[in-house]
Design a protein around this ligand. Structure first.
Ligand code: FES
Length: 126
């Protein structure tokens, strides 16, 4: 476990994603921002179809390291996550997960719910 000291900023490591972040990314961010805002501020263009108000699941991320440092999800987030593509035990809506003082490793799922719908439509029309 890697905990940033109070005067240092936690590091976010983003695992490579073919479209959004092919090389992966690594940056420091201030505690207190959402994971989605931290990603977007550092040019990791995660989807956020509802404008980051916990009304879609397109900002779904998988927290490979540091999951337990995040404040727990509220019920509305838990309910939405049930609809996310590729849900795991360490999934969060990145717009609702607030960075604390611990480093995080974030995986962006291969598909968002929007992609999953497109694939379903293509498969049912072919
Ligand atoms: Fe819609 Fe996070 S951007 S739930």
């Amino acid at each position: 476990m890697s905990v940033a000291t109070l005067d240092s900023m936690p590091k976010i490591t983003v695992l490579p994603h073919a479209e959004i972040c092919p090389q992966g990314a690594e940056f420091e961010t201030a505690p207190g921002v959402s994971v989605a805002d931290a990603l977007l501020d550092h040019h990791v263009d995660i989807e956020h179809a509802c404008g980051k108000v916990a009304a879609c699941t397109t900002c779904h991320c998988i927290v490979r390291k540091g999951f337990n440092s995040l404040p727990p999800a509220e019920d509305v987030e838990e309910d939405l996550l049930d609809r996310a593509w590729g849900l795991t035990a360490v999934s969060r809506l990145s717009c609702q997960a607030i960075v604390q003082h611990e480093d995080l490793t974030i995986e962006i799922p291969k598909y968002s719910i929007n992609h999953a719908k497109e694939i379903e439509q293509k498969e049912s029309s072919s």
